[in-house]
Ligand binder design. Structure first.
Ligand code: ZN
Length: 100
């Protein structure tokens, strides 16, 4: 029977190697990449979720203001003070300008 050289396969990407050292190096690199990709995917999913929360909160805000104005015929006076930095102020202004 003819000797067959063993093949070492990366468990993550399936690439074949002639020796175990190369497979271990490949798997280590592939695993690190896999973890980085997974983290990126989770962060993207979280961003989408946060965006939906903001949209829902904004929709609720608009509904409440509409109800208030319809009932009292005046805008609700906002008596809160919120400290925002320049970047936050600029971004919120952009958001408000985009929805009006
Ligand atoms: Zn691999």
């Amino acid at each position: 029977m003819k000797y067959q050289q063993p093949i070492y396969i990366c468990a993550i990407c399936g690439k074949q190697h002639r020796n175990i050292e190369d497979r271990i190096k490949r798997e280590t690199a592939c695993f690190a990449q896999h973890q980085a990709d997974e983290e990126k995917r989770k962060q993207k999913e979280l961003k989408v979720q946060k965006h939906k929360e903001i949209e829902n909160a904004y929709q609720k805000y608009i509904t409440l203001v509409h109800e208030y104005v319809s009932k009292y015929d005046e805008p609700p006076v906002m008596n809160y003070h919120c400290k925002l930095n320049d970047k936050e102020t600029r971004l919120i202004r952009e958001i408000m300008e985009s929805v009006i």
